[in-house]
Design a protein around this ligand. Structure first.
Ligand code: FER
Length: 297
């Protein structure tokens, strides 16, 4: 049996503006298509800088990368520079109260020009989510570490995403374990074998994940997964099947209901559905457990 981590409903006041608010900035960076064309491409990410960022020359920050779902772009999670969603207010409140560490949050996109079919087609989207880890480790991390005062270590990097962003997260897990320690796949399974292959081809999909861990040389004690979804979510069955298969591989995944011990946590929201409102609640649940020991030593 796979024991679950307790889901906490965020208190109402995390959605109320606080006096010590962070800010959103846009960052442009160069990447390439990482396909046969090897095209140079212009990319951008929306970056959340916590309150006080820049006040001290010495202070460094951990970085949480967050990927949007299918049909989205780098504006989607934060609601653009105007912060039209509740994510920024929630981060401000969680950091001000000390519930979460002060951190930089980066919202990039797996989309880029010339791939419009990936907005609606899942196969086309997968072609992009599966190339994104190369952009992540060869371009995006470098751009963020160059522009901002980050720790520049894997212990101070987390990657999460919702729906197709969760699919991206599994892909980043498999290819960027040496660059990133914490992973937060929300409402999505890994489509490396086929669409919803986490359910239809669970064993082969999890074999791929395990092979990637072996190849990375990263030990099970050196990564942490917070996998979240809701039991009414359209991704529930596929994700649940895949996570239960993962829990069988006890050499690699140490499942624990305690979010601060073990490396594999399954957070399930009763009644949770496939929306960003639920996604932000999952982020709220994972936030206090990220970057343990980086700045609280
Ligand atoms: C899943 C079920 C649905 C999933 C993604 C979706 C990646 C939704 C995709 C979309 O509509 O863009 O298991 O996992």
């Amino acid at each position: 049996m796979l024991e679950k981590m307790k889901f906490l409903m965020p208190p109402e006041d995390v959605y109320e503006p606080v006096s010590h608010a962070g800010k959103l900035v846009r960052v442009d960076y160069a990447s390439e298509s990482y396909d046969e064309e090897k095209r140079m491409i212009e990319k951008d990410a929306l970056v959340y800088l916590p309150y006080g960022y820049g006040a001290s020359e010495q202070k460094r920050y951990p970085v949480l990368y967050l990927m949007h779902g299918g049909g989205g772009n780098s504006d989607e999670l934060f609601g653009g520079l105007e912060a039209k969603t509740t994510l920024k207010t929630m981060l401000d409140a969680c950091i001000e109260s000390g519930y979460a560490q002060s951190m930089i949050v980066v919202a990039p996109s797996f989309m880029f020009e010339g791939n419009e079919e990936a907005r609606t087609g899942v196969e086309a989207a997968c072609a992009l989510t599966h190339r994104f880890p190369m952009e992540m480790k060869w371009d995006l991390i470098a751009a963020i570490d160059e522009k901002f005062r980050t720790f520049r270590t894997r212990e101070a990097r987390a990657f999460g995403g919702f729906s197709m962003g969760a699919e991206t997260t599994w892909s980043v897990f498999c290819q960027c374990l040496r660059e990133v320690k914490y992973f937060l796949p929300m409402s999505g399974d890994y489509w490396i074998k086929e669409v919803q292959g986490g359910a239809s081809r669970a064993k082969e999909t999890v074999d791929c994940i395990v092979d990637s861990i072996k190849e990375s040389g990263v030990a099970p004690e050196e990564f942490v997964l917070y996998a979240c979804t809701g039991d009414k979510d359209i991704a529930y069955e596929a994700m649940d099947t895949m996570l239960r298969e993962m829990a069988e591989r006890k050499e690699w995944f140490h499942a624990s209901p305690d979010p601060d011990s073990g490396n594999f946590h399954y957070c399930l929201k009763k009644g949770g559905i496939h929306t960003y409102v639920d996604c932000y609640e999952y982020i709220y649940n994972a936030l206090p457990h990220l970057f343990d020991g980086v700045t609280r030593k």
